[in-house]
Design a binder for this molecule. Structure first.
Ligand code: ATP
Ligand code: MG
Length: 242
């Protein structure tokens, strides 16, 4: 298999805190890879380094053969790595479709008309086409998460990093979101790295997961095996449960 996206020994220090400590992982073509771990483990920090929103203290990021370490986010996005944000903040003064068109215009290499067409196509794909001319404030949380996914898809990524797009929505919406994530891989051929606290979703979507705790990778493997790993149970629940 070919790695679409690869992290090699990524570390990030915030003052005295090692938010990521020598993290290596590899997202294969067509894979849905899970990055899990308790609150504060360093998952979003890892995503931020992969997507160019913060530079790593050390380590390297590769998109295919191309080293993209330390490039600014817009260049990383153009190269093909795009993340969604855990806390969704669309441009409130732009309509739903304008939010996506801006992303398409910045990253996809299409002209204005092409960008708008791609944006509309992605809104249709996530089920928000009818909402396209409204404003983000009129959307539910689940719809705003879909908008965030449509915005990311409008960049035409090779690797999509989904940061907790399911957590916080109701069970019916969560089930639909799982189906949507699977369709992104199956129908758009995009490789996906996802963080998620909703374990049922991880179990259903990911053939492989890596586990972070306090900035370090502590386990990797099939989700069913990993959740039985003593170190993983201890990371989530504390020592007495392990
Ligand atoms: N910009 C920052 N400055 C200082 N510390 C930070 C910064 N960003 C994150 N941290 C710290 O780094 C650690 C890892 O945070 P991160 O957000 O990556 O965790 P996470 O695994 O995504 O957690 P959650 O599951 O709650 O989203 C935490 O202790 C957090 O407080
Ligand atoms: Mg996070």
């Amino acid at each position: 298999m070919t790695a679409v996206l690869r992290a090699e020994g990524l570390s990030k220090r915030f003052g005295g805190l090692k938010a990521n400590d020598n993290v290596s992982l590899s997202l294969e073509k067509g894979q849905i890879l899970g990055l899990i771990g308790p609150n504060g483990a360093g998952k979003s920090t890892c995503f931020a380094m992969l997507a160019g929103s913060i530079p790593p203290t050390s380590g390297r990021v590769f998109l295919g053969e191309q080293q993209i370490t330390g490039l600014p986010a817009f260049r990383v996005a153009r190269a093909g790595v795009v993340r969604t944000h855990q806390i969704v903040r669309p441009f409130a003064n732009l309509t739903v479709i304008e939010n996506c068109t801006v992303a398409a215009a910045q990253c996809s290499g299409r002209d204005d008309a092409g960008s708008r067409e791609l944006a509309r196509e992605m809104l249709r794909f996530v089920g928000l086409e009818k909402r396209r001319n409204g404003y983000p404030a009129g959307l539910t949380l689940a719809q705003r998460k879909r908008l965030e996914m449509a915005r990311a898809l409008s960049c035409a990524p090779k690797a999509l990093l989904l940061d907790e797009v399911i957590a916080g929505v109701n069970p019916v919406e969560a089930r639909d979101m799982v189906a949507l994530i699977r369709r992104i891989r199956d129908e758009q051929g995009i490789s996906i790295l996802m963080t998620e606290h909703v374990m049922a979703a991880v179990m259903s979507l990911c053939e492989h997961v890596v586990v972070l705790d306090a900035g370090k990778l502590i386990a990797a493997g099939a989700p069913k095996e990993v959740v039985q790993n003593a170190a993983v149970i201890e990371a989530y629940l504390g020592k007495k449960h392990a």
